[in-house]
Each structure stands twice: as C-alpha cells, then as structure tokens.
Design a protein. Sequence first.
Length: 227
Amino acid sequence: RYPLYINVYTRIITYWGKMLISPENKIVYTVYRYLFSQHFNSDCKSPWIDCIQRILNMCGLQYVWQNHNFVNIEWLSATVNQRLKDQFMQIWSNDINCSSRGQVYKILKPYFGFEKYLDILPVKLRKKFIKFRTSNHRFPVETGRWYNIPLNERLCLLCNKGLIGDEFHYILECSALEEIRKKYINTKYWKRPNFFKFSELMTNCNCKSLRKLCVFISKIFDAVCSS
Ligand SMILES: [Zn+2]
C-alpha cells in the first residue's frame, strides 16, 4: 500500500484548488484571501498555507503556487497524487537497495505491490514465510549482526563447512539439510544453485510448491534454533 499521507496531501491540494476556482463571493474564498494576506504581510502565519506551499513545492509545482493557477482541478489532483507516488517509490526502492539488512529482501521483492502468497498461505505458514523474507530469524547472518561479527565470519553451525549461514545457504546449499530439502524442494533449484534460482523459488506463487517451501523453512528454523 502507498502510505496514507499521499491521500491526505492530495485531498488537501484538491480542496485548495476547488476553493480557488469557487465564486469570489463565497465565504471560504474570502477567508482564504484574508488568511493569505495575513500570512505574507504580518506575523500571523498560517500552518495550513505553509502546508499547501510545501506540498506543491514537493511536487515540483512551484509555478502553480506562485500563479495560483492550474489547468483544471482533475489535472491538479491527479498530478499531485502521481508525483507523490513516484517520489515514494524512489525512496522505497533506494531504502531497500542501500540497506545492508535488505540484501535478501531486495531479491525477493523487485516490485512494489501486494504479494499473492499472503492470500495463498494459511496463517501459520504465512508467518514463517514473512519472518524468512524479512530476515526476522536467528540465522548466523542475522545474529552475527547483533554482535558486530564481520559478515564473512557469520558461519553456518549445521554443516561446519565455513559457509555463511544466510537464507540462500539454508534453502539451497547446506549439506546438513540435504535430506529434508529433497523432500520439499524441487531438484532443479538445489542442483547447481544460484541467486536466480533462489529468487525464482522464493517468488513462485504455485500453491503446492509454496506450501512445501514454507514447511521446509519451518524445519530450517527448528534446525538452526537447536544448533
Ligand atoms: Zn550449512
């Protein structure tokens, strides 16, 4: 979902725009003109007018503010809404790409939008899957972060092969989980594993294979917790 402020800001600007095109003898218009002149000609500042100006500036619509003029109300509303969404998307994508903790998440979440697995999975499995996707777990790659252990020293304690204990390792690599993996994950994924296969497996929305993947994830959680 887009954050609520986008709707709020759009409605603020739409209201402001409707007011500007309303008949000049309408009381709300008269009050606005008074507020506007007080805001710029005295110490009596209006936070609401500041807010309008700030939103229009954010949207690159300074000329609309300066001229108090725009194409029409539909255009104003749609333009503000779209620009706020575009800006949010840019920040969202940048935050994920720059987050050291979001390394797995950015592979699993290339697009902004609702995830089908939320509708497909039963609550119990869904919770496990969400924990896995958001690195809300106790894999060495995560617990090592809590103690400032360098990334290359956050090793898997299940197989002891000197490999980093991260999501990719447990799902496709760890030899200690080989037998369980065979039961739940299609061979094509873990034979010669790579990040492309990992991404394909994790974003697969086939109900049966998604359920099997989540059961496997539950078993990984159990195994790592008891190690
Ligand atoms: Zn391992």
